[in-house]
Design a protein around this ligand. Structure first.
Ligand code: COA
Length: 145
């Protein structure tokens, strides 16, 4: 059993994101553009097993990070985190959101659509990275609510 709640320890989350392969500096302070983030904890021992963060970048809602520790994957925790993010965007009056993902399948299953770089606003550091489109090919995804 696990519980998902608003996160109050961003630093702890950065280690989870980093350990699950996301591009983040572990231990950084919560950036000011983080709108909200969530922690998923093991209900028995309160261990952190997953998390997600929603940011505002250049005036756009962006799903910044979503991760679930490997031994807890395929149990719909990622889906629940995404559902909470989408509910939050709608609650805040948003009608669309963006994300950049190396593994887009989860998001496509949740109704997100792959778009081209030209269709997306400037919402990711990936776009100016020298590896982008060469050795690293993340997909840009968009969803309208
Ligand atoms: C992506 C991630 C958060 C998904 O978490 P999860 O709890 O396993 O996701 P769910 O159980 O809700 O999966 C929902 C569906 O998406 C699919 N899915 C999830 N992650 C997938 C992946 N990486 N590749 C292909 N399919 C995936 C699942 O198979 C499942 O399909 P089903 O409904 O047909 O059974 C998790 O795999 C993870 O932390 N990965 C490493 C970090 C990462 O890549 N984060 C995303 C940023 S790009």
């Amino acid at each position: 059993m696990y519980t998902i709640a608003e996160n109050t320890d961003y630093k702890e989350l950065t280690y989870l994101f980093y350990d699950n392969g996301l591009e983040i500096t572990p231990g950084i302070e919560r950036p000011s553009n983080v709108v909200k983030c969530w922690s998923c904890r093991n209900s028995i021992n309160q261990d952190l097993i997953g998390g997600a963060s929603l940011e505002m970048r250049n005036g756009h809602f962006v799903v910044a990070d979503v991760a679930v520790n490997i031994e807890f994957r395929q149990k719909k925790i990622g889906t629940r985190l995404m559902n909470l993010i989408e509910e939050e965007i709608i609650k805040r009056g948003g009608n669309e959101a963006w994300l950049v993902a190396k593994a887009p399948d989860l998001y496509i299953k949740l109704g997100w659509e792959v778009v081209t770089r030209e269709q997306a606003p400037d919402i990711s550091k990936c776009f100016s990275c020298i590896k982008y489109g060469k050795e690293c090919n993340p997909q840009i995804l968009h969803k309208r609510f």
